[in-house]
Design a protein around this ligand. Structure first.
Ligand code: NCD
Ligand code: ZN
Ligand code: ZN
Length: 444
């Protein structure tokens, strides 16, 4: 007896085929070509010719909770994620207080477990002064709190000021990484190569100036120094939001894995001049780059250098973003990531299987999220229902993040018609059906 059967199409060896997903206890118990006989199931959902894709795993979100909940909290952030087809998130530690030890991890765990609509994992920040033994214990789940899914080091200064310190001292962390197998997520910018901003008052050229102040060389240098410092353990490093051709090249010559973001793929400084209402909406770390850097990132997607796509959802209020060069860096993106990429798929600029790899199966593998990221027998029934012909214009005030704006205003996104998390509908069209607090910690 199945709880639910979903009829639709799944990708089999890359091509869509008709299928029935039989769901029991939150998992896909069977995938069949013929419908089970009535009486064998509770509910039956007809999704017609729509694709049943794995729910997206966004391994890079800043939900701002605790401490900055006027921008976002775990509930608004996770609802926004769910509407964009995201069924699992990994939250970053630059909150207030920052997630750096058992106490702050437990505070965030309470917030997430009572507020999240979707499943989540938490990252722990490491810095010069971190207690290596304590972090090791936390990672092994031996401290009365669900283990963090990974470590995060901000190698250059960015929102939250949790700068790691001298990059070469990452070598100290090799044994911890080796012992625990933890993923070490790196914000890779080398602050020693930052340059002063020439003219902060020049509102028109904010983004070009930002990119010059935090040059491509600083990204490449941070990647090189960090992977050198980690030595044998460099394979455990996941280089976040790689933005330049030089950065990509540095990552290629290391064993680290690579994340890129939708904003670096879809926007560049030139594009912003034409398309953004306010240039500072595009201010982000690492900065948006040149059209040729952007093309290089697409090259990295095509040639396999890029392992995952993460949104780096970093909401700030529009008032904060209205201060020209003084605006904080970061932009929202968790709700628009899959819709924008699916729109690229519909225009044949991105292969559908590659989309599923980059946004679902590879993030699950990278962070060892058992049962996540695949439509297969035995997997968790995290599913988004997608019809590539149903694109619609993105509007900031129609999205669900508390920040209420998007840099992608007016662009077309393919939003999922329905989203299931562990077999439960959490989004049905315009309606939220999932309740805050239903989300589980992936390490619980
Ligand atoms: C992020 C934020 O606002 O938390 N900002 C950003 O520009 N990407 C921090 C970060 O990921 O560097
Ligand atoms: Zn970052
Ligand atoms: Zn980030």
């Amino acid at each position: 007896m199945y709880d639910l059967v979903i009829e639709g199409r799944i990708l089999a060896d890359g091509s869509p085929v008709d299928a029935y997903l039989c769901i029991e206890g939150g998992r896909i118990a069977r995938v069949c070509k013929q419908p089970p006989v009535s009486g064998e199931y509770g509910e039956f959902h007809r999704q017609g010719r729509s694709l049943l894709l794995p729910g997206v795993i966004d391994t890079h979100v800043h939900f701002r909770d605790p401490g900055m909940t006027s921008k976002e909290d775990f509930t608004t952030g996770s609802i926004s994620a769910a509407f964009g087809g995201v069924t699992t998130v990994i939250d970053m530690p630059n909150t207030r207080p920052p997630t750096i030890d058992l106490g702050s991890l437990m505070v965030k765990e309470r917030i997430a477990s009572t507020g999240s609509v979707i499943d989540y994992g938490l990252n722990l920040a490491i810095m010069g002064g971190s207690d290596l033994m304590a972090v090791d214990t936390l990672l092994k789940g031996g401290a009365n709190a669900p283990a963090p899914v990974g470590l995060k080091a901000f190698l250059g200064d960015t929102t939250g000021s949790l700068v790691f310190g001298t990059i070469s001292s990452l070598s100290k962390w090799s044994p911890v990484v080796e012992n625990t197998g933890a993923v070490l997520a790196l914000h890779a910018e080398d602050g020693s190569l930052f340059e002063p901003v020439k003219d902060p008052e020049d509102v028109k050229d904010i983004l070009l100036q930002h990119s010059r102040a935090r040059p491509a060389a600083s990204e490449a240098s941070a990647i090189q120094k960090a992977t050198e410092a980690l030595g044998e353990q460099a394979g455990n490093a996941h280089i976040l939001h790689v933005s330049t051709e030089a950065g990509l090249q540095a990552a290629r010559s290391s064993r680290a894995t690579v994340e890129v973001t939708p904003h670096h793929l879809l926007m560049d400084t030139k594009w912003c001049e034409r398309n953004l209402e306010m240039q500072a909406m595009g201010k982000v770390n690492p900065p948006l780059r040149t059209p040729s850097d952007r093309a290089a990132l697409w090259g990295g997607i095509a040639d396999g250098t890029v392992d995952t796509i993460g949104s780096d959802h970093a909401p700030h209020l529009i008032e904060e973003k209205s201060q020209g060069y003084l605006s904080p860096s970061g932009m929202p993106g968790v709700e628009t990531m899959a819709p924008l990429l699916l729109s690229e798929v519909s225009k044949r600029r991105l292969d559908m299987n590659r989309f599923v790899e980059l946004c679902c199966s590879s993030p699950a593998d990278r962070y060892s999220l058992a049962g996540k990221g695949r439509i297969a027998e035995g997997s968790l029934a995290d599913i988004m229902v997608v019809n590539l012909r149903e694109g619609r214009k993105i509007k900031g005030d129609g999205l669900h993040s508390r920040c209420g704006w998007t840099p992608y205003e007016g662009m077309v996104g393919v939003f999922p018609g329905m989203v299931y998390s562990r077999g439960e509908p959490i989004i049905d069209g315009e309606n939220l059906c999932g309740k805050p607090g239903r989300g589980n910690n992936v390490r619980a």
